[in-house]
Ligand binder design. Sequence first.
Ligand SMILES: Nc1ncnc2c1ncn2[C@@H]1O[C@H](COP(=O)(O)OP(=O)(O)OP(=O)(O)O)[C@@H](O)[C@H]1O
Ligand SMILES: [Mg+2]
Length: 277
Amino acid sequence: MTDAPMVGSMPTSAPSRGGATVFDVHDVSVHYGDFRAVRDVSMQVKQHQITAFIGPSGCGKSTMLRCFNRMNDLIDTARVEGDISYHGVDLYDPAVNPVEVRRRIGMVFQKPNPFPKSIYDNVAYGPKVAGAKGNLDDVVEQALQGAALWDEVKDRLKESGMSLSGGQQQRLCIARAIATDPEVLLMDEPCSALDPIATGRIEDLMVEIKERYTIIIVTHNMQQAARVSDRTAFFTTEVSEESDRRTGLLVEFSDTDKIFTNPADERTENYVTGRFG
Ligand SMILES: Nc1ncnc2c1ncn2[C@@H]1O[C@H](COP(=O)(O)OP(=O)(O)OP(=O)(O)O)[C@@H](O)[C@H]1O
Ligand SMILES: [Mg+2]
């Protein structure tokens, strides 16, 4: 991670490595209209770690993930309550520019979604939008190298991103996300559309690049969480008092080893041992 200058009111990453707190989350609840989708989440996300979010469908994993780069701002009915700070700065402060937030905090989605453009242009797009001028060959090569895709595509950069296999497309999306030099990568089930070999490559890639990035991954694959993550957050749903719909909550957040071998909460144990539901 290079030391980018201060942009707007967003801080750069702290110089110390490992152990620094990137996100500090206090009592966050998210509503969609009147419905409280997830409640009272407090957690700290550490630099250069992979943090996994696991839990049953509808427990608010994607909703929480979107809070970290203000993607919920794009959903009309969504309302985020509580505090999320990024290196000590309130992410939801009116002075903070959400576009800059999303450049610093990139996102990779469940379904690979390359633009209908060339492989080169997919990667060059973000830097261009951010104002990069001139020859972007080096930026494109570096990002593709960083996503472990360069060797497979270096002779076909002009071909469409859509012509790649699913696993290659997902690595292209990772290259596109890292081309803007983000600090954090948010990944929402990035491997669920991929076969085991492509999944293995993405997992290896995540472990390799966590030296440079801070990663939060949502996954339904518990082996994946156990293989790649340092810390795991287990969410579940409970019927809320205010309605008969289920609201998500964070049950336990701990070292991944502990979550999978010696969880503190019975609900976590039931889930990770497959006794859920
Ligand atoms: N845009 C939206 N508008 C209204 N309700 C939503 C919206 N997105 C999610 N929800 C609701 O919020 C709750 C949490 O959804 P979310 O997608 O965060 O769960 P999840 O844990 O990611 O589930 P999955 O594992 O199925 O992806 C669910 O009850 C869902 O129906
Ligand atoms: Mg989801």
